[in-house]
Design a protein around this ligand. Sequence first.
Ligand code: SF4
Ligand code: SF4
Length: 381
Amino acid sequence: MAFISSGYNPDKPMEGRITDIGPKKYDQFYPPVIAANKGKWLYHEILEPGVLVHVSETGDEVYTVRVGTCRLMSVTLLREAMAIADKHCDGYLRFTTRNNIEFMVDSKDKVEPLKNDLMSRKHAGGSYKFPVGGTGAGITNCVHTQGWVHCHTPATDASGTVKASMDAVFSDFQNMRLPAKLRLSMACCLNMCGAVHCSDIAILGYHRKPPMIDNEYLDKMCEIPLAVAACPTAAIKPVKVEIDGKKLNTVSVNENRCMYCGNCYTMCPSMPLADTEGDGLVIMAGGKISNRKCAPKFSKVVVAFIPNEPPRWPSLTAQIKKIVEAYASDARKYERLGEWAERIGWERFFEKCEIEFTHHLIDDFRDAAYYTWRQTTNFKF
Ligand code: SF4
Ligand code: SF4
């Protein structure tokens, strides 16, 4: 009742709301045809790669043109997307969870001009600004993290690895030849802001060396209890050292316990762990979040290390291409990559994708959580 005495009315929670914290309520941004047909949609179809139609029981139709984006967008590119929405879609657009933009129009005759406009816009280097595609049994846009542009703990770049990988599989963004949808994702350290644990193919940045400790600055810059508490494996302890006759409060790292996650660096900038030889990439495969056919699956590590090779990461993109081609030619229709690997056996998966199996790929979790945790909405009684 404290709420009521402070003026909050639980029956009308939005009444007189003056806060500007958080995004505005989503339904303010519905295109009129979406708002008018909420709860009335009958079915949808993919008319061609990148173009969908949704049909309502009222007879209304919505045509959606999906385009890939680079996710970390410049203001200039964002303004261009807004201008396209103003020109063709009465100012409305939406972003999907994998960073595609969807432009929606309410009649079929508006689709071709919109598509032609989108495909005619190119960057100075020749690549499409708004490539149409990413629907159905193909590869949609790659969800990814901040990379070298913005975050402090990456073991590799996000935008660079994703651009190179999506260039390698671009034809599968534009057509729907695969047995089922294939989701690519990327996270640039194992804190995993991207969905790499549950995507068909995932790229993961990976450090292989423990943090370096700058004792002098650590004493001045860091709150030592925070750095100690940040470590998930309890590898950090406070110590005192003496340098040039000065007594310093600092930390030491038990390297055998360290799993190179970079959490301590988040708390304490005097513990960097980026390293040219140590840092690189892992490829994971076989994850999914859908309940169709079988329960959702976690991705498994299939390539334990690929060195960083900016700006085009050729070893990474060649391996991804091999996995996609093996899946395209061998899987059955509607079979996701992980389902295919389990049907033929992971040994055959490694053969068909031309991946060497090493001891680094053996799952050595001490606890059988993978088998015991309830991970799905597929209930078994
Ligand atoms: Fe930063 Fe790691 Fe997230 Fe990449 S995955 S943005 S390095 S926290
Ligand atoms: Fe602990 Fe991670 Fe830092 Fe290693 S990198 S010391 S595991 S917080």
